[in-house]
Design a protein around this ligand. Structure first.
Ligand code: ZN
Length: 1047
C-alpha cells in the first residue's frame, strides 16, 4: 500500500470498531485545489504558490501593529490598534507553509519496520493520494519546501524569518532555567528577602515586613511577547505632600454616631467627625474591640460585624459625579479619588488601579450603542490617539476639539462638524452617542485591519482515551456541541482532532457523507495528513459535522487506550488553526503521557510546603506549555481547557495554555456524566454561544501624569500596554495597577479610556471604547471615602494568586493581611488621636467589608492552608479561574450566599416566583444553621443543599423521596411529583438565572455527614475558625491590634 512515493505516508486500516465505516468510493484526497465556496474560499483558497513563503502567517510583517514604532508606526489619522496577521504577499489566507503541508517520510522506527504513519479508518486500504486526481502529488510538489524539515513544526515555524522586531527568538521568553519558569518571579526575589523567615502561624502579621514590590521585568527583548503576569508596582518614593484642596464633595456636617463609645459598631454613609476645622470629608465607622489591646475578652459582638449580605454593592459616587462615565460594569477603580501626589499615593497602602470587564453583559435597554463614522473615519486625537468621547470639548465655534486626555487641540473633520451653542454644546449632541455615552462600539474601517475580519472558529481537541469514554465525557461533549451548532453563525469554521496514543484527524469536506479519519502515529514529527478540510465552514459541512458528533461516542466505545499524546495533538491543532486563529477547546481526561509535553506525575508533595520550593508545584515544569501558549497568542488563538480526571492531571501546566491566551480553565474533577452532565453541558454551551470578541487587543489610556504599570489576568502582553486577547467575552475581567508618573498632578480630573479592538462574530471589526473620569484629590480621607472594595479585592486576589506562583501560600496570605493592616493603620492615624479612639477599630465606610473579603481571600482555594487543605489540581484550577473573574462573580465566590429555604417551602402563601425578597442572606458561620432547617449555599459555582439533622421528615421525604435517610452522597436532587420539590427546584433555577456564567450543581449534604459536610460546606463558612485559620472575630481583633501598633 502506498508505496509509489516514498515521501508519502502509508495508510492502514484502523480497527473496525469505527462507525466511520465504509469509505466513499471516492478517495479521501480528491481535490487539492481550492474548494470554491462563498465564505470559506475567502479564507482558505489561496493559490498554492503563496505557500512558498516559509512563514506565511507572519512572514510579511508584524502580527499586530501598535503604537510602538517598533511595531508599526501609525500614520497620522490611522489606527494604532491594528491587529491581525500580516498579509502574505499574495493572499491574506494563503495555505500554510510547506512545513505544514508536506507529507514527510516517516523516519524508520528503531528496530522495526516503519510504522504506519497515517491510516484511514474503517475502510478498505486506502488508495494513496497520488491515485486520486493528482491531488496530494501536486500538493507535495507545490508545497514542498526542502529547507524545512517536517520534524518539529512549531519550532520551525517560530524560528522563521519573521520580523525580528516582532517575534522573539523562539525560546526567548522561556529561557529561564527550570524550575523557575515563572517569568514574573526571578527579578523580584531580592525584594522579598525580608519577607521571609518572619512568618507566624496562621495569617501572621508582618508588621515589619517590607512590602516594596519591584516591577517584574520579564526576560524579554523589545517588541517580544511578554509573558508578563505579575508586575507589582514599585512603591512611590516619598515626596512632598501637596496641599491641594479640592472640595468637590462637600463634607456633611453631622456628628457621627460612630463616635459614641459603648455602642458596638456603627457605620454610616456620610459622617464626618465632630466639629473639626478640616475640610476633609470624613466618614468612618468604628468597632469596639476592647479597650485593652491584647485582650481577647473584648465583648466584640460577632453579630454586629459588617457583612456583605447584599452582595456586591457598587459605589455610586463616581457615577453621580460624572454621569457620562461608562458603567461600573465595565470599569471600576480601586478608589475613584486619584491622589494628587506620589506621597499621597504612597499613604493609600491599598493598590491603586482598575478592573476592566470590556464586554460585560448589559441589561436590556442599556446596550452599548454602535457608532459608524463611515467615510469620516473614527475621530481620534492625533497626538495620543484617544477616541472622541463625552469629555472632549469643542472650541473655535465647533471647528476644533480638545482632547481630554492630552489636552491637544484637534481639527474637527469637515464631515463631523457641527456648530456649538453658547454653552459650548454641539447642536447635534442628541444624535451623537459617542459624545454623550461613556461606552460605544465604533465600527472600524479598513485601516483597522491587516486582514479581513476572521470568522468565528472553534476547534476541538478531544481526548478519547479510556477514561474519557468511560466517564461519559465524550458523549456529553458531542451532544452538547451538536446542540449548539444552530446557534453559531453560518460563517463559523469548525474542526476536530481526537487523540489517545495516536492522533486522529478528520476530513470534514462538505461533499462527503461521513467524515474520514486519518491516524497519525508518529508523535515525534507531527504533520497534517490533509492540507484542507480539517477545518471547514460549518454551514457547508454541517451534515458531516453532525455525522461526526453523532458517531464520536460509539466510535471509541471499545477504546482501551490509556495513553495521551496531548502535546503532539496540541501541535497538530496549532498547525490546523494557525491560518485563522480562533478558539481551541481542549478536553483532557488524563495526564499527558506521550510525546512532547508529556508530564510527570509530580503531584502534590507535602515536603515542599513551607519551603522555598513550595511554589514550583503550582507552575508548569515543562516550558513546552508556555511556549505553545505564546505561539497560540501570536496566531490569535485562545485556548480553553476542560479537565476531567479523577487523578492528578497537572492543571498547573495545562492551565498555562489558557492563562496566556486569554482563555479559561474548566475543571470537573472525577467527572461522571451521571453527576456532572448538566454542569458540563451548560458551561460548554455558554462557552460556544456567548458573544465572543475575536482577534482582539486592549489598551487602557489614561491622562497625563498617571500610568498603568502592570496588568493582571489571563492574557499576554504584546507591548508594554497592549493586551493580546485572541478571544474575549463577558465573563472575563482584567485588573491593572496604576501609578503616578509625576510627583504632582496638576489637573483636577483624570480620564481613563479602555479601547478593545475586536472582530465580532458577525464579522465586523469594531472598537469598544469605555471612557471615565475621576477627580484628583489632595487628601487621604477622600481617597478612602471613594474606595471601591470590590475593585480592591479583585486586584488583591489576582496579585495574591500570582504570588502563590513564586512564593509560599503563607507569604501570599501575609501580603494580603499586611496591606489591610497598613491601610487601616494609616486611616486610623487620620482620626484616632483627635477622637481618642483607642480600643476601637476604625475604618472607612467604603471599606467596611474589606477585612472580611481579605479573610475570605486567604481562605479561598488558591490560597488556603497548606498541603491537605485543597488538592493541588483544584487549587491551580481555582487560581486560573479567579484570575479572570469579573468583580461581582469574584465577590460571590469569596463570600457566598447562604439562605434558609425550608420556611418558604412549607409556607404555601409564598410565591416562589417572587423569591428574591425572601432569600435573606445569612452570615457565613455554622451558627447560622438551625438543625431543623434547610439551607442553600451558593458560591456561583455550586449549590450545597444542607439538610439539618432535625429537619422535618416530611420535607426530607418530599425533596429526596423515600431515600431520604440514605447516603446523601448518592442522592441527587431531582424534581419530584410533589409541590414542595417543585418549589425548591424553581428556587434553585431562579438562583441559577441570576448568574448564568457557570452552572451550579447541587450537592446534597446532611448535617454531621463527614467528610462531605466539611468539604462542601463547613470549610467554606469563612467566618468560622477552620483548620489553623482565624474566624472573623479573631481576624478583626488581630487586624485591629496590628493597626494600632506604632508603625
Ligand atoms: Zn490626546
Amino acid at each position: 500500500m502506498g508505496t509509489e512515493d516514498p515521501n508519502r505516508p502509508n495508510y492502514t486500516i484502523r480497527p473496525a470498531a469505527t462507525p466511520f465505516a465504509a469509505l466513499q468510493s471516492t478517495t479521501p484526497f480528491l481535490s487539492s485545489g481550492p474548494v470554491v465556496r462563498s465564505e470559506a474560499s475567502a479564507f482558505r483558497s489561496a493559490p498554492p504558490a503563496s505557500s512558498h513563503s516559509t512563514i506565511p502567517p507572519f512572514s510579511s510583517g508584524p502580527f499586530v501593529a501598535s503604537e510602538s514604532p517598533a511595531f508599526r508606526p501609525p500614520p497620522p489619522g490611522r489606527s494604532n490598534e491594528l491587529i491581525g496577521p500580516p498579509l502574505p504577499s499574495s493572499s491574506p489566507y494563503g495555505p500554510p507553509t510547506a512545513g505544514f503541508q508536506r507529507f514527510p517520510t516517516p523516519p524508520p522506527s528503531t528496530g522495526q519496520l516503519p510504522p504506519p504513519r497515517a491510516s484511514l479508518v474503517g475502510g478498505p486500504v486506502v488508495p494513496p493520494p497520488t491515485i486520486s486526481s493528482g491531488g496530494p502529488v501536486s500538493l507535495i510538489s507545490q508545497h514542498q519546501h526542502p529547507s524545512i524539515p517536517m520534524g518539529s513544526p512549531p519550532q520551525s515555524i517560530k524560528t522563521g524569518q519573521s520580523n525580528p522586531n516582532i517575534l522573539p527568538p523562539a525560546d526567548q521568553p522561556f529561557s529561564l532555567p527550570r524550575p523557575n519558569v515563572q517569568p514574573s518571579s526571578p527579578p523580584m526575589r531580592p525584594s522579598y528577602a525580608t519577607a521571609r523567615g518572619t512568618v507566624q502561624p496562621s495569617f501572621p502579621a508582618h508588621a515589619n515586613t517590607q512590602m516594596n514590590y519591584v516591577a517584574q521585568a520579564p526576560p524579554v527583548q523589545p517588541g517580544s511577547f511578554q509573558l508578563q503576569q505579575g508586575g507589582y508596582a514599585p512603591a512611590a518614593p516619598p515626596t512632598s505632600f501637596l496641599a491641594q484642596q479640592r472640595g468637590h464633595m462637600p463634607a456633611p456636617s453631622t456628628t457621627p454616631s460612630g463616635l459614641h463609645f459603648g455602642s458596638q459598631m456603627q457605620h454610616h454613609g456620610v459622617a464626618p467627625p465632630i466639629a473639626t476645622s478640616q475640610s476633609l470629608a470624613e466618614d468612618f465607622s468604628s468597632l469596639s474591640v476592647g479597650s485593652v489591646p491584647g485582650s481577647f475578652d473584648t465583648g466584640l459582638d460577632a453579630a454586629s460585624l459588617p457583612r456583605p449580605l447584599d452582595g456586591d454593592v457598587e459605589p455610586k459616587s463616581l457615577a453621580e459625579m460624572y454621569p457620562m462615565n461608562c458603567s461600573s460594569r465595565f470599569l471600576r477603580l480601586t478608589t475613584s479619588a486619584i491622589p494628587s501626589s506620589q506621597s499621597l499615593a504612597s499613604r493609600w497602602h491599598l493598590h491603586l488601579g482598575a478592573v476592566v470587564c470590556p464586554l460585560a453583559e448589559s441589561p436590556a435597554g442599556e446596550e452599548v450603542p454602535i457608532v459608524n463614522f463611515s467615510t469620516t473615519g473614527i475621530v481620534r486625537c492625533r497626538r495620543c490617539r484617544t477616541y472622541v468621547n463625552p469629555y472632549v470639548t469643542f472650541t473655535d465655534n465647533g471647528r476644533k476639539w480638545k482632547c481630554n486626555i492630552c489636552s491637544s487641540l484637534n481639527d474637527v473633520p469637515s464631515d463631523y462638524f457641527a456648530p456649538v451653542d453658547a454653552s459650548g454644546r454641539r447642536v447635534d449632541l442628541d444624535q451623537r452617542p459617542e459624545l454623550t455615552k461613556g461606552s460605544v462600539d465604533f465600527i472600524a474601517p479598513a485601516e483597522y485591519m491587516v486582514r479581513p475580519p476572521m470568522p468565528p472558529l472553534f476547534f476541538f481537541l478531544i481526548d478519547v482515551s479510556i477514561s474519557a469514554v468511560k466517564s461519559g465525557m465524550l458523549e456529553v461533549m458531542a451532544q452538547t456541541i451538536k446542540s449548539c451548532l444552530d446557534s453559531l453563525t453560518p460563517r463559523t469554521q469548525i474542526g476536530f482532532i481526537t487523540y489517545d496514543s495516536t492522533i486522529h484527524f478528520y476530513n470534514m469536506k462538505s461533499s462527503l457523507m461521513q467524515p474520514q479519519m486519518m491516524v497519525v502515529s508518529d508523535l515525534d514529527a507531527i504533520f497534517l495528513p490533509l492540507p484542507d478540510d480539517l477545518l471547514v465552514n460549518l454551514s457547508e459541512s454541517r451534515n458531516v459535522v453532525d455525522a461526526f458528533l453523532d458517531s464520536l461516542p460509539s466510535m471509541f466505545q471499545e477504546n482501551m487506550n490509556v495513553e495521551s499524546a496531548f502535546g503532539p495533538a496540541l501541535q497538530a491543532a496549532f498547525m490546523v488553526m494557525s491560518q485563522l486563529g480562533g478558539k481551541l477547546l481542549i478536553f483532557q481526561n488524563t495526564l499527558p503521557s506521550l510525546g512532547v509535553g508529556r508530564l510527570r506525575l509530580r503531584g502534590d508533595d507535602i515536603r515542599l510546603y513551607g519551603t522555598d520550593k513550595e511554589h514550583t508545584i503550582r507552575v508548569p515544569e515543562d516550558p513546552f506549555y508556555k511556549r505553545m501558549a505564546a505561539d497560540f497568542t501570536k496566531y490569535q488563538m485562545a485556548v480553553n481547557v476542560y479537565a476531567f480526571s479523577d487523578k492528578y492531571t497537572d492543571i498547573a501546566s495545562l492551565g498555562t495554555l489558557a492563562k496566556y491566551t486569554g482563555g479559561q480553565v474548566y475543571y470537573y474533577p472525577s467527572f461522571h456524566s451521571g453527576i456532572h452532565k448538566d454542569k458540563f453541558r451548560h458551561e460548554l454551551a455558554r462557552d460556544l454561544t456567548r458573544e465572543t470578541a475575536w482577534e482582539s487587543v486592549m489598551r487602557i489610556r489614561c491622562g497625563k501624569g498617571v500610568r498603568f504599570t502592570s496588568y493582571h489576568g489571563n492574557f499576554m502582553l504584546r507591548s508594554t500596554d497592549l493586551l493580546a486577547l485572541p478571544a474575549v467575552d463577558c465573563d472575563k475581567a482584567y485588573a491593572a495597577q496604576l501609578s503616578l508618573e509625576e510627583t504632582l498632578l496638576t489637573t483636577q480630573t483624570v480620564y481613563f479610556q479602555v479601547a478593545l479592538l475586536y472582530t465580532s462574530s458577525s464579522g465586523e471589526r469594531r472598537i469598544r471604547v469605555h471612557t471615565a473620569a475621576a477627580p484628583v484629590v489632595a487628601n487621604l480621607g477622600e481617597m478612602y471615602r471613594l474606595a471601591d472594595t470590590g475593585a480592591i479585592i479583585s486586584l488583591f486576589s489576582r496579585l495574591a494568586i500570582e504570588k502563590t506562583l513564586s512564593y509560599k501560600l503563607e507569604d501570599a496570605r501575609s501580603a494580603v493581611q499586611l496591606r489591610i493592616v497598613k491601610a487601616l493603620r494609616e486611616y486610623r492615624n487620620l482620626y484616632s488621636v483627635q477622637h481618642r479612639l483607642s480600643g476601637r477599630m476604625i475604618y472607612p465606610e467604603s471599606l467596611k467589608f474589606l477585612p472580611l473579603y481579605g479573610l475570605a481571600l486567604c481562605k479561598s482555594i488558591p490560597l488556603r492552608g497548606g498541603y491537605a487543605d485543597a488538592q493541588l489540581d483544584e487549587r491551580c484550577a481555582a487560581g486560573y479561574t479567579m484570575m479572570a473573574l469579573p468583580v461581582k462573580k469574584l465577590l460571590k465566590l469569596l463570600y457566598p450566599s447562604l439562605v434558609r429555604v425550608d420556611d418558604s417551602l412549607v409556607n404555601n402563601s409564598l410565591q416562589t416566583d417572587h423569591f428574591d425578597g425572601i432569600a435573606k442572606r445569612l452570615p457565613l458561620t455554622a451558627e447560622s444553621l438551625d438543625t431543623r432547617g434547610l439551607y442553600v449555599f451558593d458560591d456561583g459555582f455550586r449549590f450545597v443543599i444542607w439538610f439539618g439533622r432535625s429537619i422535618s421528615p416530611d420535607i426530607a421525604r418530599n425533596l429526596l423521596g423515600e431515600d431520604f435517610a440514605a447516603d446523601y452522597s448518592k442522592v441527587s436532587l431531582a424534581e419530584g411529583e410533589n409541590e414542595m420539590s417543585g418549589k425548591l427546584m424553581k428556587m434553585i433555577n431562579k438562583f441559577r438565572e441570576t448568574d448564568p456564567s457557570y452552572f451550579q450543581l447541587c450537592h446534597v449534604v446532611r448535617q454531621g455527614e463527614q467528610p462531605r459536610e466539611g468539604f462542601f460546606l463547613l470549610t467554606n463558612l469563612v467566618e468560622d475558625q477552620t483548620g489553623g485559620a482565624n474566624g472573623y472575630a479573631d481576624w478583626i481583633l488581630q487586624l485591629s491590634r496590628q493597626a494600632q501598633q506604632i508603625a
